[in-house]
Design a protein around this ligand. Structure first.
Ligand code: PLP
Length: 427
């Protein structure tokens, strides 16, 4: 594979941006080598600056559930854009996207649009603190919630800990408000509530943790969280930035029929444009300004171009069997790869249209500490072999893959063949 152009562009980019990128994982550090600069995408395929073509399972890290450059989204955006791109005043399109979401989602009654998943989570945390008048928050090791200061915290040693900052620049005083416990561990959560009675504003969890491998939690664990939150007047936040509109239209809340207090969205909601959102009951949302005194605002919030992309995308997601078809295709891919994985070098876990390749001997992986960091050296080799064979995954073994509506069975068959060839390299 020739990647002269990508390499040149990356050398240039290093002069402009820290590490040559505007978001760290793009730099290919965890798989080694030089990142591919993408020239264009259509449907399930992308082309890089050297003209190499790939079947894409990164899908912009999840937002592109209809694939690249979907005609319906492009047409909607085109029409809106010609009428002006931003007003800083309300538009009808915000109502339309909200109505589309709220009329099919019984888990939230009101919503606020923001411009990223991080912003959604940051605002949801502030709302939970403002509503409960408590400061401490509880998060799980292995869940990612964007680069919110108080959530860039990893577990210390011990079952229930104030974590350590996972980023320079996060003050200890912030870290000291964040309790970190392992996933899938009721005992740790109970201990945290015993230790910090009446102090915990919220529990935040990715109900389908998909940013550090795919750590599928049991329904029962999520129900337990619901119960312990209710008992302690603590709010339960489902961070569905990745699982919302992905696993089902109503995300994991809908799939398991669990009522969280606040839900955050991002990724798919904006049809490939920067949109995030958080929603809750009318009562809790009444604490947000200008109705209430929890301040939250945004110059480009509810941007009309992004709203029209979101409307176009979510309308497609509501078609009958949309999610079933995605899941069936994903199973077909997983089964196909399992058939040729004769040396049983890795497992492939999946739920709905999300899949994760894990170099592990375990039958299930439910918590961050069950992931073997050394196994990533195998992923590295597999990753580059797959690129050579025309398959593009997110460039890290901790990242999941996404199926889109645009992926055809022919694409999937070709992907399975690419895996078969790539595995030979690994052996
Ligand atoms: C991607 C993601 C975020 C952060 O969203 P950005 O749009 O990247 O800021 C937060 N939470 C979860 C669960 C995510 O997957």
């Amino acid at each position: 594979m020739v990647n002269t152009q990508s390499k040149l562009l990356f050398e240039k980019a290093k002069n402009y941006f820290p590490g040559g990128v505007n978001s760290p994982v793009r730099a290919f550090r965890s798989v080694g080598g030089s990142p591919l600069f993408i020239e264009k995408g259509k449907g399930s395929h992308i082309w890089d600056a050297d003209g190499n073509e790939f079947i894409d399972y990164c899908c912009s890290w999840g937002p592109l559930i209809l694939g690249h450059a979907n005609d319906k989204i492009i047409n909607a955006v085109d029409i809106t854009m010609r009428k002006g791109t931003s007003f800083g005043a309300p538009t009808k399109l915000e109502n339309q996207l909200a109505e589309l979401i709220l009329s099919f989602n019984k888990y939230i009654q009101k919503i606020r649009f923001v411009s990223s998943g991080t912003e959604a989570v940051m605002s949801a945390i502030r709302l939970a603190r403002g509503y409960t008048k408590r400061d401490k928050i509880l998060k799980f090791e292995g869940c990612y919630h964007g680069h919110v200061d108080s959530l860039l915290v990893k577990a210390g040693s011990g079952l229930v800990t104030f974590g350590n900052s996972s980023s320079a620049g996060v003050p200890n005083s912030f870290v000291n408000e964040t309790i970190v416990v392992p996933l899938n561990n009721k005992e740790a959560v109970i201990q945290a509530f015993n230790k910090f009675k009446n102090e915990i504003a919220c529990i935040i969890i990715e109900p389908l943790p998909a940013n550090n491998g795919l750590l599928i939690q049991g329904k029962e664990f999520l129900e337990f969280l619901r119960e312990i939150c209710s008992t302690n007047k603590t709010l339960l936040i489902f961070d569905e930035v990745i699982s919302g509109f992905r696993y089902s239209f109503c995300g994991v809340a809908g799939m398991y029929n669990i009522q969280p207090d606040i839900i955050t969205y991002g990724k798919i909601i904006g049809g490939g444009f920067p949109v995030g959102a958080y929603g809750s009951s009318k009562e809790i949302m009444s604490f947000i300004s200008p109705e209430g005194d929890v301040y939250q605002a945004g110059t480009l919030s509810g941007n009309p171009v992004a709203m029209s992309a979101g409307i176009a995308q979510l309308t497609e997601c509501l078609k009958p069997n949309f999610y079933l078809d995605l899941e069936t295709k994903t199973k077909y891919l997983v089964d196909g790869i399992n058939k040729i994985n004769s040396f049983n070098l890795f497992k492939i876990f999946s739920l709905g249209s999300i899949f994760w390749i894990a170099f592990t001997k375990h039958e299930t992986v439910k918590a961050a500490e069950e992931i073997d960091a050394n196994s990533m050296s195998y992923f590295k080799i597999l990753y580059h072999a797959l690129l050579e064979n025309g398959v593009y995954l997110g460039p890290s073994g901790y990242e999941v893959g996404f199926m889109s509506e645009a992926h055809s069975y022919e694409d999937i068959d070709n992907t399975i063949i690419a895996f078969e060839k790539s595995l030979k390299k690994l052996v």
